[in-house]
Design a protein around this ligand. Structure first.
Ligand code: 26V
Length: 791
């Protein structure tokens, strides 16, 4: 534990050497930096000891193109158990720790759920002392920043590194060289410490940054070709410059492929060179010590690069290299959306790294050989092939070579087995596993809701629940205790007051903390159906206009979502929600009952304020489309009931906390299967006047998109393109269910009990549980601390 005096001295020292200022003159960001470096300095020995210990035994690697880390400072202080000390030290210096925390830019190196899951996983692994190393890319621009101008989304670049970045160490001596046929670049590792909760082990997230071999070409410079002199450098730096939003179509694809190969190759080289340093050149033992998890198909080219290095550089036979790879890699699937399954044009692959394509053909040949031996006919084989129609199907490669294939929630895994990947499931039934996602209770409760945390700790008598979330079950004995329930709702109210004041500060919008906070926060996508929620609110607007005494609690509907820049329809939905907000505000009567807020630039640090201040968690994806969802778990852990479809992890959430404590509505997967060929949204439009009224509002001038065509496009999506996501089919069911919510909310005690039941039963959604399952059932790794290692 760091002493207060040491913390103070550290801050002053780093202010001096890094910023050349005295405390009295320091800016907040300089204090942030100095404080972070002070803490970093203190953990280096433990960090190095942990790495050395992990080097000697079996280790797992989490390969992911995205790590959506958010802010580091608060979490690190809390996990190290020095949050209060630091707060006091700063107080004595007249500095508000909270203000210093708020100055930190989010590390937004991910799009959404998949990247945030990776961040929760590395934190859980560190907390559990699991030898897991994360590998990813150090994008200089993370996910774009979002603004809302006149109701439209606009984007600008994220520059999270602009004040430098205190929490990583550049490892100049562990650089890897990456070769493409047209360029050779450096991969420079930046190691981020992953600090677990109250444990000495410090795990590592290694993020690769791309740089040119040489900064500058002097020959060109001397020739006065200044632009050309720096162009190689720029071209190299482009490779790790931007995080791709996952809607990216053809343009820029070549850069994305370069990016995937870049971090895959760097990571494989790193892993192999460490293996050689620790265990020598006998690769027959490689898989005994190493296992890698592919977070979706983005790092799948690692498989081919791994085989290439073994065969070409380490002189292992192809057959042996392939069988080692088959023990080394596991693959996680995160979506069943067909458009999200990665396929690479083999001409691109050939152009950038021809040898990788050759290896892919060899692997494909082995797959075909196996299938023929097993009696498959050529037609059936076609569906399995890795290379077909001039594209490389990355999922097929990952499944063929992977030791395990997993989905991320029970329903999702079942759909993979029964439908999407059924041919593979029949071929390799034993490879398929489920690993329901989880979230770290440190960031998503202990850090973001200290009030609720204290309430739990007071009731349970200790803080053990932070590391063992199933202990929340111990709260159940208070489920009818009026005092406890009252306190819970008091805390919820306090968090709503805090959220309201943050929204006032960020959006300049006043909301009433005594109103019901109905929240939908997640990426903008049609399958997530923000549109359904919006249409419902528009209908409510009309109903209140018709009947100003409509019996509903005063409600604030809050949305937060980024639409990918090229995804026109998603941007149309952003505008639509904002126009509804405007319509509501402009009506004196309706605005007394409801309010709509679209918060801008939704991100991890904003999320940490939204989940705790919620009354209702909206999880309304078209059944079968949301692989899992993890935001749903964050609401639950903050004692908020789910309003959702029977989809993804929602199913497991209501199974854990009881249907009676949540609101499940809408078509289920099997219902959709039955109606999908005959579904006619126009029938709903004709037969249901409420539906007609809100859909017509898109085109009759009620709502205005400034003539850009967004709203007509939404209209067409619903009526002319057969409403692919069954928005109209679920409209009335949604409405009935929300009615039920409003009715139930009147009974304060009953409502509090629903909130409480969600909290008590959230234990299984800890990412500690998920990581233990991966460790036991796929990776075969065990916790180890450096004390154990010195024996
Ligand atoms: C990819 C793409 C690419 C093409 C256009 C549209 C589109 C839409 C979605 C995606 C999803 C990429 C993978 C992903 O982020 N999956 C999410 O993973 C979470 C963690 O497992 C899970 O909770 C979410 O349900 C799942 O959507």
């Amino acid at each position: 534990m760091m002493e207060k005096q040491k913390i103070k001295e550290g801050i002053e020292r780093y202010l001096k050497v890094k910023h050349g200022v005295k405390l009295k003159d320091a800016h907040d960001y300089q204090i942030f930096n100095a404080l972070s470096l002070t803490v970093l300095e203190d953990i280096i020995d433990n960090w190095n000891n942990t790495t050395e210990t992990y080097n000697k035994g079996r280790r797992a690697y989490y390969l992911s193109a995205e790590f959506l880390m958010g802010r580091a400072l608060g979490n690190n202080l809390m996990n190290l158990g020095i949050y209060d000390e630091v707060k006091e030290v700063l107080q004595e210096l007249n500095i508000d720790l909270n203000k210093i925390e708020e100055i930190e830019e989010d590390a937004g190196l991910g799009n959404g759920g998949l990247g945030r899951l990776a961040a929760c996983f590395v934190e859980s692994a560190a907390t559990l002392n699991m030898p897991l190393v994360g590998y990813g890319i150090r994008y200089s621009n993370g996910l774009f920043k979002q603004n809302i101008e006149n109701g439209f989304q606009t984007e600008c670049e994220d520059t999270w590194l602009k004040y430098g970045e205190a929490w990583s160490i550049r490892k100049e001596d562990e650089i890897q060289i990456i070769e493409y046929s047209d360029m050779t670049v450096k991969a420079v590792p930046y190691d981020v410490p992953i600090i677990g909760y109250k444990t000495k082990n410090i795990n590592t997230l290694r993020l690769w940054q791309c740089e040119a071999l040489r900064e500058f070409d002097f020959n060109l410079f001397n020739n006065q070709q200044y632009i050309e002199a720096v162009s190689a450098r720029n071209k190299a730096e482009d490779i790790s410059r931007v995080l791709y939003p996952n809607d990216t179509a053809e343009a820029g694809k070549i850069l994305r492929l370069r990016q995937q190969y870049f971090f895959s190759s760097a990571s494989m080289k790193d892993i192999i060179s460490k293996y050689k340093a620790n265990f020598g050149n006998d690769f027959s033992q490689f898989a005994k010590y190493n296992v890698a998890q592919l977070n979706d198909t983005h790092p799948t080219i690692s498989i081919l690069e791994f085989i290439r290095i073994l065969v070409d550089e380490e002189k292992v036979s192809f057959d042996n290299a392939l069988s080692i790879a088959k023990e080394f890699f596991g693959y996680t699937n995160h979506t069943i959306l067909a458009e999200a399954l990665e396929k690479w044009d083999i001409r691109l692959i050939e152009r950038l790294f021809p040898r990788i394509l050759q290896i892919a053909y060899q692997v494909d040949y082995e797959l075909m050989k196996e299938l023929r031996q097993k009696g498959y006919d050529e037609g059936a084989i076609w569906n399995f092939k890795i290379i077909a129609n001039n594209v490389m199907r990355m999922a097929n490669l990952a499944i063929f070579v992977g030791r395990a294939v997993n989905g991320v929630a029970e329903l999702h895994t079942e759909i993979l087995k029964k439908i999407e990947l059924n041919n593979w499931y029949k071929l390799y039934p034993n490879k398929f596993q489920n690993k329901t996602n989880g979230i770290t209770p440190r960031r998503w409760l202990r850090l973001c809701n200290s009030e609720l945390s204290k309430f739990i700790t007071d009731l349970l008598g200790n803080e053990d629940w932070v590391k063992n979330l199933e202990l929340l079950k111990g709260l159940k004995k208070y489920k009818d205790d009026d005092e406890v329930l009252k306190n819970l709702m008091k805390i919820k109210h306090e968090k709503k007051v805090q959220l309201a004041s943050y929204i006032k500060q960020e959006e300049g919008i006043e909301i009433d903390p005594d109103s019901f906070f109905d929240i939908q926060i997640k990426r903008l996508h049609e399958y997530k159906r923000q549109l359904l929620n919006a249409l419902y609110i528009l209908d409510l607007y009309y109903r209140i206009k018709e009947n100003p005494n409509l019996d509903i609690p005063k409600t604030t509907f809050i949305f937060g979502a980024k639409a990918f820049p090229g995804y026109k329809r998603a941007k149309g939905i952003v505008k639509f929600i904002n126009e509804i907000a405007r319509l509501v505000d402009s009506d004196e009567v309706v605005s007394k009952k409801i309010k709509v807020v679209f918060v801008h630039n939704y991100r991890v640090s904003y999320a940490q304020k939204l989940f705790p201040g919620s009354d209702l968690s909206k999880q309304i994806s078209t059944a079968g489309k949301e692989a899992s969802g993890t935001g749903n778990m964050k609401f639950m852990l903050n004692a908020t009931p789910t309003f959702g479809t029977y989809d993804g992890a929602n199913i497991e959430i209501v199974k854990a906390s009881g249907e009676e404590n949540n609101y499940i509505f809408g078509l289920r997967v099997e219902d959709i299967e039955k109606i999908k060929h005959s579904y006619n949204p126009k029938w709903y439009y004709r037969e249901n006047p409420s539906i007609k009224r809100v859909v017509d509002a898109l085109i009759n001038g009620t709502l205005n998109d400034g003539g850009c065509g967004y709203f007509e496009d939404l209209y067409n999506a619903l009526l002319e393109e057969r409403d692919q996501y069954y928005v109209l089919a679920d409209f009335e069911l949604f409405k009935k269910e929300e009615e039920k919510v409003f009715k139930d909310y009147k009974d304060k005690k009953k409502w509090a009990q629903k909130c409480f039941a969600n909290l008590c039963n959230a234990g299984i959604f800890s990412s500690d549980r998920t990581i233990k399952q991966y460790a036991d059932e796929i990776w075969d790794i065990k916790p180890i601390t450096f004390k154990d290692a010195s024996i």
